[in-house]
Design a binder for this molecule. Structure first.
Ligand SMILES: CC(=O)SCCNC(=O)CCNC(=O)[C@H](O)C(C)(C)COP(=O)(O)OP(=O)(O)OC[C@H]1O[C@@H](n2cnc3c(N)ncnc32)[C@H](O)[C@@H]1OP(=O)(O)O
Ligand SMILES: O=C([O-])CC(=O)C(=O)O
Length: 370
């Protein structure tokens, strides 16, 4: 038995949800480039869950369900008011999703029908949780979700209490489409491992959120913004990046386990970043990002991943950097839950082996003789 570090190249599941072949990402066989340009997040989520694009009627039903389920239990809001105001936002989300199970009498029902309903409920509730905490920590009351608007619209509205700019809604919606699923990434794998023990969907999503939080995975988008802030100006990009590379430090938002010739989602986020910068009349973050990309690509051969340009996109939308990874979670919830449903459709516990590298043939030494 020989272990492969980080399970690189190991095929650990079959899935018909999303694929990466020759650097092309597709959801249910539809190229992400086409979905990014044409689909709404709700359509993409429907596609991931049900395997095909919705008709107008099916989409209307899903939108209605997302509206109907968006409120969160009052007792959860009361609990969030007790959280320290400087809590890590992914820790808040992880705790809140885990707590949601306590308010759902069907939490342990693992039938497909029940889990599909819970997936839609969680999809509706995640934006409400995040927006509520973003306000609570500033001493403000949470804002109730609107009816009959898109998930992107509702999230921006619940953050600020103001009608969001349609351009901001469109940009966030596109970012959500781009982040919705990604084959067997670390957080999706966590969700599948957890549900495969026949635990429950809340456990699976709690595990997935916990896994997404790390800066080598979803947490990289916040880390990219920290780096851009530290750099501070276009002039400082070169010395900062060269110094990091000389010290063999990682440049966040670059590199990928699967894509070696570039992440197909990055170009869409780059375009969004450029467009929003022009619209705001401040392209500094965009220009800094492009310069970082030029340097890292030419010096290290590493390409930006999905997290790199999303940092400037969200900042240009006026979103605080510690909400970037929770936004990733809002989107990825659709993929996680699609994978949970798929895992349960043909389940077997996930239990690989480890290559033992420790001592052998040791004897027990009585405590007085050690
Ligand atoms: C949504 C997502 O999860 S996308 C990924 C988000 N994460 C990041 O942006 C964090 C920065 N990137 C990384 O840490 C890595 O590239 C990962 C975690 C994404 C992939 O990790 P791995 O597949 O194990 O990396 P991989 O084997 O391709 O690395 C090859 C070499 O490139 C280096 N490398 C990889 N990424 C970077 C980076 N961002 N900056 C500097 N060097 C890097 C590695 O250190 C390694 O060098 P070595 O051979 O001298 O040890
Ligand atoms: O697939 C991965 O390893 C990470 C990633 O890009 C994602 O989850 O979107």
């Amino acid at each position: 038995m020989t272990a492969t570090k980080g399970l690189e190249g190991i095929v650990a599941a079959t899935s018909s949800i999303s694929s990466i072949h020759d650097g092309v990402l597709a959801y249910r066989g539809i190229n992400i480039d086409e979905l990014a340009e044409r689909a709404s997040f709700e359509e993409a989520a429907y596609l991931l869950w049900y395997g095909k694009l919705p008709t107008k009627g099916q989409l209307a039903i899903l939108q209605q369900q997302l509206s109907d389920y968006a409120a969160i239990p009052e007792s959860l809001v009361a609990q969030m008011k007790l959280f320290p105001s400087d809590s890590n936002t992914m820790a808040v989300l992880r705790t809140a999703v885990s707590a949601l199970a306590l308010y759902d009498e069907n939490a342990n029902d693992n039938s497909r029908e029940s889990n599909q309903t819970k997936a839609i409920k969680l999809q509706a509730q995640l934006p409400t949780i995040i927006a509520a905490f973003a306000r609570i920590r500033k001493g403000e009351e949470p804002i109730a979700p609107l009816k009959n608007v898109s998930l992107a619209h509702n999230f921006l509205y619940m953050l600020s209490g103001e009608e969001p700019d349609p351009i901001a809604v469109k940009a966030l919606d596109q970012a959500l489409v781009l982040h919705a699923d990604h084959e067997l990434n670390a957080s999706t794998f966590s969700a599948r491992v957890t549900i495969a023990t026949l635990s429950d969907i809340y456990s699976g999503i709690t595990a997935a959120i916990a896994t997404l939080k790390g800066p080598l995975h979803g947490g990289a988008n916040e880390a990219v913004m920290k780096m851009l802030t530290e750099i501070g100006s276009l002039d400082n990009v070169e010395p900062y990046i060269l110094n990091k590379m000389a010290n063999r430090e990682k440049i966040m938002g670059f590199g990928h386990r699967v894509y070696k010739n570039g992440d197909p989602r990055a170009k869409h986020l780059q375009k969004l970043s450029r467009g929003l910068g022009l619209l705001k009349g401040d392209s500094t973050l965009y220009e800094m990002s492009v310069r970082i990309e030029e340097l890292v690509t030419s010096q290290k051969g590493l390409k930006p991943n999905v997290d790199f340009y999303s940092a400037s996109v969200y900042t240009l939308l006026g979103i605080p950097s510690d909400l970037f990874t929770p936004i990733f979670a809002i989107s990825r919830l659709s993929g996680w839950t699609a994978h949970i449903l798929e895992q349960l459709d043909d389940n077997r516990i996930i239990r690989p082996r480890a290559e033992y590298t420790g001592l052998t043939n040791q004897k027990y030494i009585p405590i007085d003789l050690r």
